[in-house]
Design a protein around this ligand. Structure first.
Ligand code: ADE
Ligand code: ZN
Length: 335
């Protein structure tokens, strides 16, 4: 029997792979562009949406950076984050660990703190109003030099109370993990949790090197790992979480047929796979839409859906006591 949408929505879930700038819905983008006096290269929301037809990751990233360029003030980052948190709550997300790309803002002259303060204030308000908890992970842009990442890490160190970890995103091919080995070592020494995109478009070696050279706590995507049985066995043995983004993979042509999505093989191999939305405003769906897409394409059972929800809690950076409570709550819904 098909697992209902409502059952999936009621399951407590954590979202662990979400670029806050990728949750920028066109309607809000136009509104903020208007109030900031910024011209968008599209006349209407529909014209902009029509451009969301991506040949690959880079085609998406070009639009993603153009879209975020209308974010200028603390209130803009607040509005962006508040809108995402509302959607997350509606999908039954109880905890979220969101990425932001400080270099996408500082290189336009928007201060690190302007972005962080707006995001933080919206997260606090969402917790007060809806009980949803959150963490912030700051990502380095991998198409830029490692030298440029060090001052960003210094900023994060000055805001350790609000930033739990660092990540690595943007154009993967040609920018292997070893390029960021030194800055990740420094972040690790400073006590940050570590995550990195790997194996989204890049080859299986990038996933292996992300483990060996960056020493991450989670791998973002990790799809390419499924081509190497030894690496799959290692990921299983190490209980290394993968933050998988099904609709993103589909829309960026990483998988051409959802019924062949590697999530099926990940679950069969016992990997700690989780389901996430990545850039929901661009890829056609928030976390519940992603669950529904894989439920339908991969014919996931109730047990498999429950496992995915549990994995999201286990793989989070929540304290053990909170994890235990949410795992019990999942069992209560599933009983
Ligand atoms: N930045 C925002 N979304 C991304 C993705 N899917 N891959 C790499 N970098 C990103
Ligand atoms: Zn991502």
């Amino acid at each position: 029997m098909t697992v209902s949408d409502d059952f999936i929505r009621r399951l407590p879930k954590a979202e662990l792979h979400l670029h806050i700038e990728g949750s920028f819905e066109p309607e809000l983008m136009f509104e903020i562009a208007r109030r900031n006096g910024v011209d968008l290269p599209y006349a209407t929301v529909d014209d902009l949406k029509a451009a969301y037809d991506f040949a690959d990751l880079q085609a998406f990233l070009d639009l993603y950076y153009a879209g975020m360029s209308v974010l200028l003030h603390e209130q803009d980052f607040y509005d962006l984050t508040a809108a995402y948190m509302k959607r997350a709550v509606a999908d039954g997300v109880v905890h979220t660990e969101i990425f932001f790309d400080p270099q996408g803002h500082t290189e336009r002259g928007v201060a690190f703190e302007v972005a962080l303060d707006g995001i933080w204030r919206a997260l606090r308000d969402a917790e007060t109003e809806n009980g949803i908890t959150s963490r912030i992970i700051m990502c380095f842009l991998r198409h830029l030099d490692e030298d440029e990442a060090f001052p960003v890490l210094e900023k994060a160190m000055a805001h350790r109370d609000r930033i739990i970890g660092v990540g690595l995103d943007s154009s993967e091919l040609g920018h292997p993990p070893q390029k960021f080995q030194r800055v990740f070592a420094k972040a690790r020494d400073a006590g940050f949790r570590l995550v990195a995109h790997a194996g989204e478009e890049g080859p299986v070696e990038y996933v292996r090197d992300t483990l060996d050279l960056l020493h991450v706590d989670r791998v973002d995507h990790g799809n390419a790992a499924m081509t190497d049985p030894d690496l799959v066995a290692r990921l299983a043995a190490e209980k290394m979480p993968l933050t998988v983004c099904p609709l993103s993979n589909y829309r960026l042509q990483g998988v051409t047929d959802m019924s062949r999505h590697p999530l099926r093989a990940m679950l069969d191999a016992g990997l700690v796979a989780t389901v996430n939305s990545d850039d929901p405003a661009y890829f056609g769906g928030y976390v519940l839409d992603n669950f529904i897409a894989v439920r339908d394409a991969l014919d996931l059972s109730q047990d498999e859906i429950v496992t995915l929800a549990k994995n999201s809690i286990t793989a989070s950076f929540l304290e053990d006591s909170a994890k235990k409570n949410w795992l019990t709550a999942i069992d209560t819904v599933a009983r």
